[in-house]
Design a protein around this ligand. Structure first.
Ligand SMILES: [Zn+2]
Length: 263
């Protein structure tokens, strides 16, 4: 029987103190069949904590990088530290990186593009895939990635994919995979559900993006946890009219192929 995998979560904050701490969170994940979690950094500090968690717990791997909304914290030299983290045996990708034009007070588009450029280049230099965050910037992200396609040799993941079903073809042409989380279980998630149905099995992955975006049937509870990835995958199997065990197995294989350092 294949296990579940949460390819994108954030376990580095204090959100889990109220529910017994990280150890309890990981125990509950295990008890619910989740065998692997990839904890994503969003700045240097969280990337360093994620690394530490990966050294403490066998089932934890991590990504290192700067999220586009967190660039105010970026200091010259941080990318060199990220580069060092990338060589860690459990660092599976540069991430999460990308563009986020959702809030007016986000870092400027210019700043976001510059760090996106430098981190994409870094991923290529260290030979790792990228985990991409893109919000309200579909066309800009697509054009940017097309322009720098040569840096996507190790592939990449559109995490928590939220754009149109039509656009998936454009991202597939760039060699990217897709992961889905809580929003794919929401009643108002029709567009995302159509994506889940359309995407080729070899490109589909599962995540929670916890502590946010808790899936149905626990939507609205905080914090979300890796154990809940089960509800996402079970729902995906239903949407795709696929055997659950087969889908679980496919997702694990897809994850191992993209994040090739996973054991
Ligand atoms: Zn995230």
């Amino acid at each position: 029987m294949a296990g579940y995998i949460d390819v994108h979560c954030h376990l580095t904050g204090e959100e889990f103190d109220s529910v017994g701490g990280i150890e309890a969170v990981l125990d509950r994940a295990k008890a619910n069949g989740v065998e692997t979690v990839i904890c994503s950094g969003f700045d240097l500090a969280s990337s360093l904590i994620a690394k530490k968690l990966s050294e403490q717990y066998d089932e934890v791997y991590f990504c290192a990088g700067f999220h586009p909304s967190e660039l105010d914290k970026y200091r010259e030299g941080d990318l060199e530290e990220i580069r060092v983290l990338c060589s860690h045996e459990k660092c599976v990708a540069v991430g999460e990186i990308g563009l986020d034009y959702h809030f007016d007070d986000n870092p400027t588009k210019e700043t976001q593009r510059e760090l996106f450029y430098r981190q994409l280049k870094l991923a290529d230099e260290v030979g790792l895939p990228v985990v991409l965050h893109s919000r309200d910037a579909a066309q800009e992200t697509l054009e940017f990635l097309r322009e720098h396609k040569e840096w996507l040799k190790k592939g990449g993941l559109m995490h928590c994919y939220s754009y149109s079903p039509e656009m998936t073809a454009d991202f597939i042409a760039l060699g990217l995979s897709f992961s889905f989380g809580g929003p794919s279980t929401f009643k108002n998630g029709k567009k995302t559900q159509e994506c889940v149905q359309r995407i080729p099995a070899r490109l589909i992955l599962s995540e929670t993006d916890c502590p946010y975006l808790t899936p149905v049937p626990y939507r609205g509870t905080f914090p979300n946890e890796p154990k809940n990835v089960k509800y996402v995958v079970d729902h995906m199997a239903e949407l795709r009219n696929e055997n659950l065990e087969e889908l679980k197995n496919t997702i694990v294989q897809n994850a191992k192929k993209l994040f090739f350092k996973l054991k």
